[in-house]
Design a protein around this ligand. Sequence first.
Ligand code: NAD
Length: 495
Amino acid sequence: MTRKEAAPLPEFDGRALINGQRVSALSGHTFDCISPVDGRLLTRVARCAEADVDAAVGAARSAFEDCRWRGLAPLQRKRIMLRFADLLQAHGDELALTETLDMGKPIKYARALDVNSAANCIRWYGEAADKVYDEIAPTPATALALITREPMGVVGVIVPWNYPMIMAAWKIAPALVVGNSVVLKPSEKSPLTALRMAELALEAGIPPGVFSVVTGYGPEAGSPLALHMDVDCIAFTGSTRVGKQIHVMAGQSNIKRAWTELGGKSPNIVFADCPDLDKAVEAAVGSIFFNQGESCNAPSRLFVEAAIKDRFLQKALALVPAYAPGNPLDPATIMGAIVDQTQMNSVLRHIECGHKEGARLLCGGEQALRESGGFYVQPTVFDGVRNDMTIAREEIFGPVLSVLSFTDAAEVVRQANESVYGLQAAVWTRDINKAHGVARALRAGTVHVNQYDEDDITVPFGGFKQSGVGRDKSLHAMDKYTETKTTWIRIDSPV
Ligand code: NAD
């Protein structure tokens, strides 16, 4: 694959979408949106800053106050959300191509996973609009206490680049369906599908001002949103480093509600009595290399019981060549490009660190497909990793697997939990007592037993410890975007 062979690019509109209009940044500034597939310029994107965020928040506040969205009957909001989901599906090919060109993931997954999951999420919360009831408290008959959930007002949403549409949908869907206005700031590394999502939301009937998108860099467009005195809630997905700043900014400003979905370094524990070794190997390899390793829940620390480690690694290494990076636009490719040069260099630096600290490189370790002009890294496996090494402690967010071995269940649980993160974990064993005991002892928001693939919009997603605060997905997520109100009504003359 060389850049010369590349097909012409579609035309992209990089302007922000504020109050129902495509607009340039008030400063007129833009930034380059570069494709990691081959390093080509896709378009120039509005470099929004505080004044643009003010405009979007102002429009969101007006929309909230005049009830153009929250005042609709839940059934009407439901119909519009369902139309929005249908439009995402109808534009699925275009959105998938945009996502692949913008952030480098294989087109096969952009279409089958990213578009479908985002649309499904919008549809699922849309369906919930007229199915969730409020409560009446069991008080004495002299009074009636209504416990109602009300929209918060203006919700700011900041998302990363690894699953741009899905991460946005997980937050905008529950926030919108309960009647809030939303201002979304996508990552500067992958801004294009968010802009199209907001256009399709308008087309579906979500009124202007209710859902705006401000594009730009974190400190310039994200911070003003998190610090804004007229934003009632900030929902963030991204690194733990920036997540900590989001909580500070929420406290520094108006104590806006702050929800954070942050990093992970998930342990995957395989006992010698694993019921299906081939399946465990496939899951270990497939899950770390899926999405180029750019998944918060990637099982990046693999703990294998010493008695089966050699056999496990032999099988794992046989699968690795299938993950050799390829052109993400080729439907056969299953490992695409790293999102940008900065992220690729960060992954390569971690690999260098693994070497220096004494881990044993079993495969990969190098940049790949240099001639493409894009950013690719070989699937990489390190053996002989200790839990205190940098590659076992830090989130690499690239296709790098660290393999550790163990002999004792209590010891492996201790090591698995010895991390600042607590997003996900897995345990493989045929012993139900061991499976349950270890699952209970693991400090993680999700624990998988004898699989790593199951996922569904019906279950909460989020982490313990520094993996964040709050949960996305499921009906629980709707609580994040509502305030609970108690209304006492005196009943004077009970019959
Ligand atoms: P990041 O923290 O660098 O950026 C995330 C978003 O925050 C981007 O939109 C960015 O522009 C913005 N931002 C950066 N600095 C900011 C600031 N000072 N103020 C306000 N906003 C700011 O993360 P990333 O590199 O885009 O994404 C990778 C990270 O996301 C990984 O740590 C990954 O684990 C995490 N992630 C977590 C989940 C989850 O559900 N737990 C899901 C996906 C990704």
